[in-house]
Design a protein around this ligand. Structure first.
Ligand code: ADP
Ligand code: ASP
Ligand code: MG
Length: 404
C-alpha cells in the first residue's frame, strides 16, 4: 500500500462532469489499495473572476481582504469534490488550509509554507476517509488566512506529500505532462518522460506554469517525487526526481513568460551602495526581482534596468521612484510589452555554444534581445512580447527538440 497525494488543477474540476471524472480517478486509486490525500484548485477561471470582482470595488484591494476572497475558490472545489466522492461510494472529508493547519509566513497573496501539521490528515486516513484539501491557502501562527501565489495549489500538494512522507505527489492537469515547450504554442512539442528537480525549477521559474516554482523548490528540498500527468488521458506523464535517466541533451526545453515588466531607473550615480539601496527597498516591499542589467557609466551616471512580474510592478515602481528621488536619478520608466524566452537543460553545463546558438536563432528571426541572463542550466532573453510565439518556435527548431 502506498500513500499518494493527488492534486487536480482548475480545469480538471471546472464542471460537474469533470468533478465526477476526478472523483472516479481518486476512487480507482483507493480501490487499488492505496491511501489518497487529494488537493484541489478553484474551478475553472474562478480565481480570475474573484480578482475581477475585487477590482470592481477598488484598484488597490487590501492584500488581507484579497486573500479572504481568493480562498473562497478552493473551498467551492473541496466541498463539491467531497460530495462527488461520496456519490461514488467513498468516504471523504473536505478540509480548508486552516483546518489542516498549513502554516505560512505572515505575508498576504504570496505566502510561503513553513510547516504542515499531520494530525488531522492522519486521523482522517486512519478512519478510512479521503481528505480533500483546499490548495493555495494557509494560515499564519496568529490565525490570519493567507494564499500562496498563483498556481499555489501545486505547492500545497508537495508540502502535504513532504509532511506525510508520501510515495509520490501526482499533479493532474490539462496537458499530459511537462513538454519541451508549451504545447499550446508549439504543436509538435514533445512530452519529457523525466526531468531533474533543477530542470523543473528552472523551467517553472522561467514561465512553465505547469508546476509552480515554489512547488518545484519544495519538492527538491524535501525530495518529493513528482508525477505530472493528464486528468483526462490515462497515460504516464513526466517524472521529476533526482537523477536524469535520459542521456542529457544540452537543451531540454524552451520556456516563455509573458508576466514580465521591465523597469529602468535612469541616471543613477555610479558609486558604491546604489544597487544595495535600490534592491534593498524592493526586497523590503516583497518585490521579487528577476533580471538585472546596469549600463556602462557615462559621466559618473548609469542606468539600472530590472524585471519583475506584472503583479509586483506597481510596488516596484513606487520603491524605485523613492530611491530615484533620494539619489537624484532623473527618471523611472516601466515597460509592459516585454516577455522572456529561455532555453533550459542540465546538459548545458558541459556544452559550450548554447548561448551563441540561441542568439543566432533569434537573430535569424530579426528579434532584438533587450536583456540576457544565464545560470548553469538556463539562458534567458528579454524580447518584445509580440515576438514570443515566433521566438519559441524558432528556438524549439534550432535545438531539434521535436526529435526523440
Ligand atoms: P492547472 O490548472 O492544472 O494547475 P495550469 O494552467 O496551471 O494548470 O498549468 C497547465 C498549463 O501549463 C498547460 O495548459 C500549458 O499551457 C502550460 N504550460 C506552459 N509550459 C508548459 C510546458 N513546458 N509543458 C506543459 N505545459 C506547459
Ligand atoms: N486557484 C489558484 C490560481 O488560480 C491556485 C491554483 O490554481 O493553483 O492561481
Ligand atoms: Mg497550475
Amino acid at each position: 500500500m502506498s500513500l499518494i497525494v493527488q492534486k487536480f488543477g482548475g480545469t480538471s474540476v471546472a464542471t460537474p462532469e469533470r468533478m465526477f471524472h476526478v472523483a472516479r480517478r481518486v476512487a480507482r486509486t483507493r480501490r487499488a489499495g492505496h491511501q489518497v490525500v487529494v488537493v484541489v484548485s478553484a474551478p475553472g477561471d474562478t480565481t480570475d473572476e474573484l480578482i475581477a470582482r475585487a477590482r470592481q470595488i477598488t484598484e488597490r484591494p487590501s492584500p488581507r481582504e484579497l486573500d479572504m476572497l481568493l480562498a473562497v475558490g478552493e473551498q467551492i472545489s473541496i466541498a463539491l469534490l467531497a460530495m462527488a466522492l461520496q456519490e461514488e461510494g467513498e468516504r471523504a472529508t473536505s478540509l480548508t488550509g486552516w483546518q489542516v493547519r498549513i502554516l505560512t509566513e505572515p505575508v498576504h497573496t504570496k505566502a510561503r509554507i513553513l510547516d504542515v501539521e499531520r494530525g488531522r490528515l492522519l486521523d482522517e486516513l486512519s478512519r478510512g476517509r479521503i481528505p480533500v484539501v483546499a490548495g493555495f491557502q494557509g494560515v499564519t501562527a496568529s490565525g490570519e488566512l493567507t494564499t500562496l501565489g498563483r498556481g499555489g495549489s501545486d505547492t500545497t500538494a508537495v508540502a502535504l506529500a513532504a509532511a506525510l512522507g508520501a510515495d509520490v505527489c501526482e499533479i493532474y492537469t490539462d496537458v499530459p505532462g511537462v513538454f519541451t515547450a508549451d504545447p499550446r504554442l508549439v504543436p509538435n512539442a514533445r512530452k519529457l518522460p523525466y526531468l531533474t528537480y533543477d530542470e523543473m525549477l528552472e523551467m517553472a521559474s522561467s514561465g512553465a506554469v505547469v508546476v509552480q516554482t515554489r512547488a518545484a523548490e519544495y519538492a527538491k528540498l524535501h525530495r518529493v517525487r513528482l508525477h505530472v500527468r493528464s486528468t483526462f488521458e490515462d497515460t504516464e506523464g513526466t517524472i521529476i526526481g533526482e537523477e536524469p535517466m535520459e542521456p542529457v541533451r544540452s537543451v531540454n526545453a524552451v520556456t516563455h513568460d509573458l508576466d514580465v515588466c521591465k523597469i529602468t531607473v535612469q541616471d543613477l550615480p555610479d558609486v558604491p551602495g546604489v544597487a544595495h539601496r535600490l534592491f534593498g527597498v524592493l526586497a523590503e516591499a516583497h518585490v521579487n526581482v528577476d533580471m538585472i542589467v546596469q549600463t556602462a557609466s557615462r559621466g559618473g551616471r548609469a542606468d539600472i534596468s530590472f524585471t519583475v512580474s506584472r503583479g509586483d510592478a506597481r510596488a516596484a515602481v513606487e520603491g524605485a521612484e523613492r530611491v530615484a528621488r533620494e539619489l537624484g536619478a532623473t527618471k523611472v520608466e516601466s515597460e509592459e510589452g516585454v516577455a522572456k524566452v529561455s532555453v533550459v537543460g542540465a546538459g548545458m553545463v558541459s556544452n559550450p555554444g548554447v548561448a551563441a546558438a540561441m542568439f543566432g536563432a533569434l537573430a535569424a528571426e530579426q528579434i532584438n534581445i533587450q536583456m540576457i541572463s544565464t545560470s548553469e542550466i538556463k539562458i534567458s532573453c528579454v524580447i518584445d512580447a509580440a515576438s514570443v510565439p515566433r521566438a519559441v518556435r524558432a528556438l524549439h527548431r534550432a535545438f531539434n527538440l521535436e526529435e526523440e
